[in-house]
Design a protein around this ligand. Structure first.
Ligand code: NDP
Ligand code: 2IT
Length: 445
């Protein structure tokens, strides 16, 4: 990083001292744009970096709710509306006990660039709460969502800010949130949330979109190196929405996924993960991954195990931030891994990324590889705006096309800026250019 950028980063660090994840995300992006600033000195003169790194608006609020026994709980709600130069704020909501301002800001910051890469008219945002839905009844989750939306509703709108799901927020939560928004606003404003159920304005393929999009991205990455997914052994961390549909698409494309995980442990199934079993456990019964082995006797479960020590050709981290460290990267490279694509947001630590880059394997950052989720959210918004509903096949074709486009744009930009084959830099530069151009055109915003 050049001296000027170093000093900009230092200032951003001083202004956000207790936000390590946010600083990590900023540092990663700034590390890519030195050459852009050299080509476009106006961006630096107009303090574009400083402006992009400061959210347009941040809301933090109290969320009181009562559990089934009548006990009162108070959680903290967040919405960071980071950048609306390209379109209404757009990005998911995360319900997990680890949620804090640093995590919401890193996710919102990444979302600006991810959304720019999709080529669609959506700005960047993220929100959530430190509420833990695990072990809570449907009624408790509903009361929490209603209380959360009672405040959040003031800040939303189909032309203002459009949330969706993320960790701990799926169809059930989106249903409760939409129901409360509808009551408060007295409007059937379908486009205010995405990831909705099919009976009330949801779109086909949105459930599968992030994982499917990741599968398509990996296919493109391998094809660019004269390889394919056929016969490749793959690892997918996590076992939530992104992981499940990444496994499904990788298998459809000929790969074999032998292991997945959750926050408690790792399951290894040499014959390949059995999807109906995984879906029943995780989507219907909401059980820990350990129970997979009750149905698949030949599978092994290791509590607290490390997925990345299993030998593979392709690794897809789909759980959470910083889940794949430098040491894990060493283990993967030793095992012969040739491609890593991120389904989660920022799952690889900076030293992990450095190792993959040095080894010159194919490495795709989340903001490119997992953009299929938000891109399909934008397709849901299109359907809502035109009161239309597209078929699964038509929508999936659009998703595949979008992922190929993102892939090709990353490589083309990397070539143009003298870092051939570097998806991380190609993604950062391509996205930054789009956002910076829009911000410049809109005056001092
Ligand atoms: P889910 O809640 O459906 O699943 C999350 C999975 O990751 C679970 O297996 C969970 O295990 C595991 N996990 C979550 N937090 C942790 C943690 N702190 N430590 C270890 N394991 C953890 O979420 P999603 O599948 O939707 O999201 C997964 C990742 O993908 C996140 O990084 C998210 O930001 C990203 N993403 C999601 C998109 C979407 O459309 N949903 C779009 C793009 C990116 P357990 O059940 O034990 O907690
Ligand atoms: O990280 C992400 O891109 C998401 N959680 C999906 C956001 C969205 O608005 O669909």
């Amino acid at each position: 990083m050049d001296e000027k950028l170093e000093s900009t980063l230092w200032n951003i660090q001083q202004r956000n001292v207790s936000e390590p994840e946010f600083i990590q995300a900023v540092k990663e992006v700034l590390g890519s744009i030195g050459t852009v600033l050299a080509k476009h000195p106006k961006f630096a003169e107009q303090k574009l970096i400083e402006r992009i790194c400061e959210p347009e608006r941040q809301v933090i609020f109290r969320v009181p709710w009562q559990d089934d026994r009548g006990e009162v709980h108070i959680n903290r709600g967040f919405r960071v509306q980071f950048n609306s130069a390209l379109g209404p704020f757009k990005g998911g909501l995360r319900f997990h006990p680890s949620v804090n301002l640093s995590i919401v800001k890193f996710l919102g910051f990444e979302q600006i660039f991810k959304n720019a890469l999709t080529g669609m008219p959506i700005g960047g945002a993220k929100g959530g709460s430190d509420f833990d839905p695990k072990g809570r009844s449907d009624e408790e989750v509903m009361r929490f969502c209603q209380s959360f939306m009672t405040e959040l509703s003031r800040h939303l709108g189909e032309y203002t800010d459009v949330p969706a799901g993320d960790v701990g927020v799926g169809k059930r939560e989106i249903g409760f949130l939409f129901g409360q928004y509808k009551r408060i606003s007295n409007r059937y404003e379908s486009g205010v949330l995405t990831g909705k159920g099919l009976s009330y304005g949801g779109a086909l393929v949105r459930t599968e979109a992030t994982g499917y999009g990741l599968g398509y991205f990996v296919q493109e990455m391998l094809a660019a190196r004269g390889e394919s997914l056929g016969g490749k052994t793959c690892l997918v961390s996590g076992s939530g929405n992104v992981a499940i549909y990444a496994i499904e698409k990788v298998m459809q494309l000929g790969g074999k996924v032998v292991a997945c995980s959750d926050s408690k442990g790792v399951v290894y199934d040499e014959a390949g993960i059995d999807l109906p079993t995984l879906k029943r456990i995780k989507e219907v019964e909401r059980l820990p991954i350990e129970s997979y082995c009750q149905w698949r006797k030949r599978a092994h479960y290791q509590e607290g195990g490390n997925l990345w020590e299993i030998k593979c050709d392709v690794a897809l981290p789909c759980a959470t931030q910083n889940e794949l460290t430098g040491k894990d990267a060493d283990a993967l490279l030793r095992g012969g891994c040739i491609a890593v694509a991120e389904g989660a947001n920022m799952p690889t630590t900076p030293d992990g990324i450095e190792k993959f880059t040095k080894a010159r394997i194919a490495y795709a950052p989340g903001k490119a590889a997992n953009a299929g989720g938000v891109a399909t959210s934008a397709l849901e918004m299109q359907q809502n705006a035109s009161r239309d509903a597209w078929s699964f096949e038509y929508t999936e074709r659009k998703l595949a096309h979008i992922m190929k486009d993102i892939h090709d744009r990353c490589l083309k930009t990397a070539d143009e800026f003298g870092v051939p084959g570097n998806y991380a830099q190609g993604a950062n530069i391509g996205a930054f250019l789009r956002v910076a151009d829009a911000m410049q055109s809109l005056g001092l915003i």
